[in-house]
Design a protein around this ligand. Structure first.
Ligand code: ADP
Length: 171
């Protein structure tokens, strides 16, 4: 963050792999942008994790598929490598947004939330949003599996994402 500069805007970051963005992610984005003035959707470019879509492709899908979403706050998009605390600091974000689908999500998210808060000396908190009932079973890995097998995807992802998946694994 620029030294001495204090934004009056509430700024949050929603980090994830988004490989690819699902209807579950879109619901979280739509709800989270109502809570903050600016929501940075951040694609994690993890070199050790093999992804189906490149960071650029994941960002493009996020940009196009969020274009028609409702909600109040401004959406920004970025790709990053490294720690979420470093990204949040760079963006001036005080909150991390994460979606919770289950107790298993909570169990893995809680230590991360506490560690991030610690690393940022209390200046960074995590806001958890529960998945909606219609999307609590959706995950990007399930979507990739179904796409590879040529299964039905319309309840899991938007049309644009379905098309991108079909191009990756034509069946
Ligand atoms: P990561 O590899 O960081 O978990 P994901 O793209 O799988 O990246 O998920 C990013 C965030 O979105 C996580 O907080 C995850 O719990 C949340 N999320 C994923 N799928 C859903 C869903 N169907 N409903 C609500 N939240 C979700």
């Amino acid at each position: 963050m620029v030294e001495g500069y204090m934004s009056t805007e509430t700024i949050a970051v929603y980090p994830g792999s988004f490989d690819p963005v699902t209807r579950g992610h879109l619901e979280i984005i739509e709800r989270a942008r109502d809570l903050f003035d600016v929501l940075h959707v951040a694609v994690v470019a993890n070199p050790s994790k093999e992804c189906l879509f490149s960071s650029e492709e994941r960002l493009d899908l996020l940009r196009t598929e969020t274009a028609a979403l409702g909600g109040r706050g401004r959406l920004e998009f970025t790709a990053f490598e490294g720690l979420t605390v470093q990204l949040a600091d760079k963006l001036g974000a005080r909150w991390i947004v994460r979606g919770l689908r289950s107790g298993a999500d909570l169990a893995s998210e809680l230590p991360m939330a506490l560690t991030n808060r610690d690393c940022a000396e209390g200046e960074l908190d995590t806001v958890f949003l529960p998945a909606g009932p219609a999307s609590s079973y959706i995950s990007s890995s399930l979507v990739r599996e179904i796409a590879a097998a040529g299964g039905r995807l319309d309840t899991l992802v938007t049309g644009g994402v379905e098309e991108a998946l079909r191009k990756k694994s034509p069946s």
